[in-house]
Design a protein around this ligand. Structure first.
Ligand code: PLP
Length: 387
């Protein structure tokens, strides 16, 4: 298991030696934009990947490998979320964006309007446009220090003909973990208009004490009947390059439609990725819990530092995910992401990439060793206070 001191000891030199996207894109800055962790992955996953290479399990996906993956995913969903999933309805996909693409292509009609609460994970809007769908941005609204869905605006979008809602829970970039009553209200609304939901639950294993992930499709029968859920080990165990993820279906009709239209998407999933996901869901929870505890310390460090040194930066510690959504509007910066890279040497994601609602904000990935996170905060403090 990684101890906090193991993770603290990972250095910038070590990270830069791996030409990952996070550490090679902006060589002059600290990488904090892409949602990757700097902690490697769980021993069980490393062993599974080594074993696949050593025993030559590099061929096409086989029925036994897929069956083990279905059982492992269903077992994890039951243990972690209390969600009873039929293993046969766990489908393999290469990644969550592929699941999204297949859902949009085959569960909405060409030219359909799709509701995207914003700020949103950056690729959704451009991918929807690429697929010939109309993007209806519906900004999340503030309820105290939390972001919540604007039910009236969502209802208006569906009433105007929208066919599908993109739900991300836990939410990227705000870190919200939606509560059962919020999800039930959404289910009611979508059901009223006969809409669909793509429920992206990629960050679900990364939830902090005091909050609990509730799978959207588990809140009621109506939700199950209008939802395609995407899950993955790629964020929580840091293996997005292995190209595997899951679609979980909870209704006969949705499952039959998926089977009829989406099998070509399934076919592009990686065998090694599926083996890695099976290992994560079966033997990876202790490592995950240690990492979540470490990340909990990181989100608190950001809160304490900002409160003491940069009180004009708006920040609510995330309830899940390792993303910090920073409100920098007090500084009047045109593109805070670019400004922080140029003036603080910290590469973050500019909020506008998450939609118009992200103007004046930036998204910071906190999944880095704490001394590096402290360096990030010190650099930002020096640059912003010198302005
Ligand atoms: C909410 C969300 N959905 C999807 C993805 C992309 O996942 P994948 O690499 O499985 O396509 C990410 C990556 O950060 C994400 O945060």
């Amino acid at each position: 298991m990684p101890t906090p001191s193991d993770l603290d000891a990972i250095t910038l030199d070590h990270l830069r030696a791996v030409p990952s996207e996070k550490w090679s894109t902006f060589p002059d800055a600290i990488g904090a934009f892409v949602a990757e962790m700097d902690f490697g992955t769980a021993p069980a996953i490393r062993a599974a990947v080594h074993d696949a290479v050593d025993t030559g399990r590099l061929g096409y996906l086989s029925a036994p490998v897929l069956a083990a993956h279905q059982e492992a995913t269903a077992g994890f969903a039951l243990r972690r979320y209390g969600w009873e999933v039929d293993p046969a309805w766990v489908r393999h996909v290469p990644d969550v964006l592929a699941a999204f693409e297949a859902t949009i292509r085959h569960f909405t009609s060409p030219g359909a309007a799709v509701v995207l609460p914003t700020p949103a994970y950056m690729p959704f809007a451009p991918l929807l446009r690429h697929l010939g769908r109309e993007v209806v941005e519906v900004p999340l609204v503030r309820d105290g220090d939390r972001y919540v869905h604007d039910l009236d605006a969502l209802a208006a979008a569906f009433a105007a003909g929208a066919q599908l809602l993109v739900l991300v829970n836990p939410h990227n970039p705000t870190g919200r973990v939606y509560e059962p009553a919020e999800l039930a209200a959404l289910a009611d609304l979508v059901d009223t208009y006969g809409g669909m939901v793509f429920s992206d639950e990629i960050h679900a294993p990364l939830v902090y004490a005091g909050h609990a992930h509730v799978p959207y499709a588990s809140v009621c029968e109506e939700a199950a009947a209008h939802t395609v859920t995407a899950s993955s080990a790629s964020k929580a165990w840091n293996i997005p390059g292995l190209k595997a993820a899951q679609v979980i279906l909870a209704d006969d009709g949705v499952a039959a439609h998926w089977r009829e239209h989406c099998l070509w998407t399934e076919k592009t999933t990686s065998t090694v990725g599926v083996l890695a996901h099976t290992a994560a869901y079966t033997h990876g929870e202790a490592w995950l819990d240690d990492v979540v505890a470490y990340l909990d310390g990181n989100r608190r460090l950001v809160a304490d530092h900002l409160a003491a040194r940069l009180p004009d930066v708006g920040y609510t510690a995330p309830e899940g995910t390792y993303l910090a959504w920073l409100d920098l509007r007090a500084y009047g910066l045109d593109r805070p992401g670019r400004w922080l890279r140029e003036h603080a040497g910290v590469a973050v994601t500019d909020g506008l990439r998450c939609g118009a609602a992200g103007a004046g904000h930036a998204r910071l990935t906190m999944a880095t060793p704490r001394p590096i996170l402290q360096d990030i905060l010190d650099r930002m403090t020096a640059a912003l206070t010198a302005r």
